[in-house]
Design a binder for this molecule. Sequence first.
Ligand code: AMP
Length: 618
Amino acid sequence: MNPFINLGIRHDIVNAISELGFENPTPIQEQSIPVLLTGSNDFVGLAQTGTGKTAAFGLPLLELLDFEENHPQALVLCPTRELCLQITNDIKNYAKHMNNVNVVAVYGGASIQDQLRQIKRGVQIVVATPGRMLDIINRKAINFSQVKFVVLDEADEMLNMGFQEDIDSILSTTPDEKKTWLFSATMPSEVRRIAKKYMTDPFELTMGEKNTGNVNIDHEYYVVRARDKYAAFKRIVDNNPEIFGIVFCRTKIETQEIAESLIKDGYNADALHGDLSQQQRDKVMKRYRERSLQLLIATDVAARGIDVNDVTHVINYSLPDEIENYTHRSGRTARAGKTGVSIAIINSKELGKIRQIERTIGKKFVKAEIPTGFDVCEKQLFALVHKVHNVTVNEAQIEQYIPRIMDEFKDLEKEEVIKRFASLEFNRFLDYYSNAPDLNAPADDFRRDGERGERGMRDAGGKSEYTRLFINLGSVDEFNRGDLLGYICNNSKISGRTVGKIDVKGVYSFFEVSNGDVDQVVNNFKGVEFKGREVRIEISGEGTSSSRSGGGERREGGYQRREGGGGFNRDRNSGGGGRREGGFNRDRNSGGGNSGGGGFRDFSGKPREERPERRRRF
Ligand code: AMP
């Protein structure tokens, strides 16, 4: 039997959600639906966004309301217009096969007349943002005297946005005996207080640990110098060719500037912030949802309630001022059971903030290294190879050209042709990234701020105790750090305790050994083969990671580093010179961003600090 039927949901609703692809209830649905279906409890659910909480309260509402009656019986309050529309739409979808279900979305920034008309026609479920709801109540255009259920969705966000008084006023127009269901991603004391104020003996459900972030999110931080931040950010993006990400900045002006720079540098990016008109914001969001936009650069306020699945990365270009916002930001990835990465690009002084966030989310960050130019080239090359392998061939169109193409290549072996196709792109990557500098902040920078490496790397006099060695084995040989540590220790007969940092790359890796062990490692590896290939160990020109910034990294084939201005040129048609017009995504029409020629006409261009519309702290 369908597991939703077991939870007590009727067939016509189950059919509708099956069509949406809901086969099994999510954990919050499994636990809350039976409780809420009784209709007799107040309820507090501590759940991240993306866990399926809309259906967790939406399905019970559809079971509990009387749709023969056409007056408001349920009110759902949520913080943003986007979320309001999302919830309305979701509930309508769940009710697709039911009759007489009327759901109205009430939110600011759209015609109030239309909303009043819809309310007048008759409605059982009102989904609203607090400001517009109060406006309609004040016009005496709605009667909440028969409301049975009030849902406070993303309660922490509503409080963050200063809606407490509005919520008080709205709830005072609903009957005392109604049941209140509160959902929140975090449970700061303010939310606790309103739970106490509006509810009697609520049923409490905590999905995962209190205040714990989504377990499917990996948290990483990169330490860079302030002046290298933008270049480092681009390098991270370049190293993730399939990224579909949201980049958070702290202010509107920073959001705007980063988006403009990215567009100029040929990335498929655009900005989302409060200085845009609603129409402009809708347009950006539409492009992002359709995935014709690859990077959405946003402020916290503008990005609230964004519900886009498959976001692969959240990048904190700047850390938020308030720790709670980190949870909201990172919750934009790893939705609906998927995995995701939340990245923070910080300077050495911000390590304390990372530790604070770790305590709040109950999860450790991994310190990651800004990839080298060589790493990026390798990633891009294999992404290209993968794309070539998987491309859909338009047989009908290409057929007529095949004889001529074959003729052109008749003097070349298959391997040679492949090599040349790959080189066409790879040469550009190499060219752009030749001489690219190391963008990681020197370890000294953050040691001073209290960060200790996992393994001590310097003696008291500041001299390195470790030597960094190169080995021609890496992840393509299916080594991870642990495997490589074992492999090194077995072959060189040294103790794992004397091995320092291990940096596994694609076709090679670096590892540190204490200075006294270097000769033993080099000698014992002489003649060792891996799958018929000679294993090479060399002393890296770079020294240990703690003196990394000093010299150029050793590269095979005389590969040099230099990071030019501009960005990484992905546009095949842009011609030489590293400039390009198009966007990241050659397969789609990325169009210019707002920041390009088109929109943003109402943006003054003057530095203006982000002012959340209704910010009040409790
Ligand atoms: P929500 O937390 O309600 O915003 O839901 C996050 C995403 O998960 C939405 O895209 C839902 O459509 C999807 N979703 C919710 N419940 C289920 C389910 N039981 N099975 C599959 N997807 C779901």
